[in-house]
Write a protein that binds this ligand. Structure first.
Ligand code: NDP
Length: 263
């Protein structure tokens, strides 16, 4: 951060879905480093509570992990109430949990569609609305939601040369969630709630570790900065959007993609 530019989340409580690994883990650390209490939502990882406690210890903040499938509306609402009681009041949310589905379109099934959309679109909606409900009820002005979308909301990103596999369900789910972000921002501005999207380019996480090294090289050659992003490089834009420095920013989509979208 430039000198004199500080972000201080002391007294804030931020929920990070999928905050136990990958990009979400680095986002959890970024908000903890800024002083926030962090609630990490995970689906099934066995070590999520351990991860949360380590973040708490490293940054001297309160942290806790909550098992919750973001695609289950009732469970999400109940989990948000629980977090609000135990760690809150919740002041910010990073709706980051997401899954991919790497398969040629000719082989995709309805089950694949439901899996991807239930997490990437319905899951984000459930998460954002659970927070918004709490804020509207208590008349809290100043809630901020950051949705992890993807540069693939805008382009047909490919896993491999010649557009041989374009992840059509994943890409279209990200286009949907970027549009969802704009709609929620428009509706909830009246309650003082801001909603923005962070759209990463290629980041080396579990989502991409299975990729053939030749494919990784091919993809890197097509990124202007000539490399994959690091998960920790997603933190700066996210904490800015959560903070009061972004008090006039809502409904935006911000690309952290090594310049990918200019090509
Ligand atoms: P990872 O596969 O590394 O981590 C996914 C996280 O989401 C895990 O914490 C997982 O929990 C959680 N999760 C998955 N499904 C659910 C669910 N139903 N309910 C609750 N939590 C769930 O993913 P990334 O870190 O790579 O991706 C994070 C976000 O960034 C996603 O939305 C992804 O689409 C997006 N993104 C990623 C890019 C990349 O190149 N990696 C590029 C652009 C966007 P658990 O550990 O318990 O399974």
């Amino acid at each position: 951060m430039p000198p004199g530019f500080t972000i201080n989340f002391t007294g804030k409580c931020i929920v990070v879905t999928g905050g136990n690994r990958g990009i979400g883990l680095e986002l959890s650390k970024a908000v903890a480093q800024a002083g926030a209490t962090v609630a990490i939502i995970y689906r099934s990882s066995k070590d999520a509570e351990e991860v949360a406690q380590k973040i708490g210890k490293d940054y001297g903040v309160k942290t806790k992990a909550y098992q919750c499938d973001v695609s289950d509306t009732e469970t999400v609402n109940n989990t948000f109430k629980k977090i609000d009681d135990e760690l809150g009041p919740i002041t910010g949310v990073i709706a980051n949990a997401g899954i991919s589905c790497v398969k040629p379109a000719l082989e995709l099934t309805t089950e694949d569609f439901n899996n991807v959309y239930n997490v990437n679109v319905l899951g984000v909606f459930n998460t954002a609305r659970a927070a918004a409900k709490l804020w509207v009820e208590r008349k809290y002005q100043g809630g901020s939601i950051v949705i992890t979308s993807s540069m693939s909301s805008q382009i047909i990103n490919q896993i491999g040369p010649n557009k041989a596999n374009t992840q059509v369900f994943y890409n279209s789910s990200k286009a949907a969630v970027s549009n969802l972000c704009k709609g929620l921002a428009a509706e909830w501005a009246q309650y003082g709630i801001r909603v923005n999207a962070l759209s990463p380019g290629y980041v080396m996480t579990d989502q991409n570790t299975g990729l053939d090294p030749n494919v990784v090289k091919f993809l890197e050659d097509h990124v202007p900065l000539r490399r994959f992003g690091k998960a920790e490089e997603m933190g700066g834009q996210t904490i800015l959007l959560l903070s009061d420095h972004a008090s006039y920013m809502t409904g935006g989509e911000y690309f952290v993609d090594g310049g990918q979208l200019i090509w």
